[in-house]
Unconditional design. Structure first.
Length: 350
């Protein structure tokens, strides 16, 4: 029986080549491109995603820093990430070369889904970012900051009084202090108690955002092809949109409350009051304005509280430093008398 030679058809050859190219491109996902800083070995498609824990990601990043140095890179699916691990490197790149690095990478989950494209700290370097930065700079420059000293002294006195009454709730007292300080100069009202529904909603929103945009949870950032899936098949996408609606409603309620009170002349001058005048000039939307004021709330309340609490932990771990700092305080302020606007020490440790 004669053997018949089977030759593939042109269509089969085209299909084979196409599949080979697609397979090759698929296997390139997750690989570290040439020219990137060194880092941990990657695997196809996932890159280094499989090595990241679901929580305490910073611990793993620190472990890699000890192995790969001050600058290293990791691959999160198709996304590249460069990790900086020393103050000097951060200063050299982010500060002194800010023209090269002042923008942000695309953050689909954190910015597009959860923030509607409005969150200032995740914005790309564009006209919207520059306008928001200019407004916030006018609020937070050195000359204007002096006007906030009475607010700081008032909130600090309440925090100390709260500490005496309920010392075990110190965490809530610190967060109330920082939140009230920000709401005072941003919206024109104080936050008198941490169990206030508005204050609790702020911190619940922070936690929801942190979980949803966590480096180990943002799979839509690392594999953009998944974004085309409908919401009912994509719980991350659906949850991100739900968080945005809740967050926008909260921030907009604060801003509109200020606008209504300002029209009646019953609220002190605030950042929002100034922003409304600029809104008439530049024509930006209420949603955009809500997120600009919300950014101040996020940055001022949670960050300030974290610094306070971190300092408390440091003093508990280094009591000899606490003792030395206390001796400095009692020189201008003997006994338990509270003073105001004393010359501050540059650091606890001289």
């Amino acid at each position: 029986m004669a053997l018949t030679q089977i030759s593939p058809s042109p269509a089969a050859l085209v299909a084979l080549v196409t599949v080979s190219i697609l397979l090759y491109k698929l296997l390139q996902i997750g690989r570290r491109p040439k020219g990137m800083p060194p880092g941990p070995p990657t695997i196809p498609i996932a890159g280094n995603l499989h090595q990241l824990p679901k929580k305490d990601v910073h611990v793993k990043l620190r472990e890699w820093a000890e192995q790969y140095g001050d600058i290293y890179s990791i691959m999160l699916g198709n996304q590249r990430m460069v990790v900086l691990n020393s103050p000097q490197v951060v200063k050299d790149l982010i500060d002194q070369r800010s023209n090269n690095y002042s923008s942000r990478p695309e953050m689909y989950v954190g910015q597009t889904l959860i923030s509607g494209g409005y969150r200032l700290v995740l914005m790309q370097y564009d006209e919207g970012w520059r306008l928001a930065r200019k407004m916030i700079h006018n609020l937070l420059n050195i000359k204007t900051a002096v006007e906030y000293i009475p607010f700081q002294e008032l909130e600090l006195r309440q925090m100390l009084a709260d500490m005496v009454k309920k010392p075990n709730a110190y965490h809530d007292h610190v967060r109330r202090y920082s939140t009230s300080l920000v709401t005072s100069f941003t919206f024109g009202w104080r936050s008198l108690a941490f169990n206030d529904p508005d204050v609790k909603a702020i911190y619940e929103g922070f936690e929801e955002f942190a979980v949803a945009s966590n480096i180990s949870a943002s799979i839509l950032d690392y594999f953009p092809v998944l974004r085309i899936m409908p919401d009912w098949m994509n719980p991350s996408k659906r949850r991100g949109k739900e968080l945005h609606q809740a967050e926008l409603a909260l921030y907009k309620s604060y801003m509109l409350k200020v606008k209504q009170r300002a029209e009646k002349g019953v609220i002190p001058k605030s950042f929002c009051d100034t922003m409304f005048k600029l809104q008439e000039k530049h024509g930006f939307t209420d949603d955009w304005a809500s997120y600009v004021s919300g950014t101040l709330l996020e940055a001022g309340s949670d960050t300030t509280a974290s610094i306070f609490l971190s300092f408390a932990v440091a003093m508990l771990n280094f009591p000899h430093v606490q003792k030395k700092g206390k001796s400095f305080l009692f020189l201008p302020c003997p006994g338990l008398r509270l003073t105001s606007r004393q010359p501050k020490k540059k650091s606890t440790v001289s």
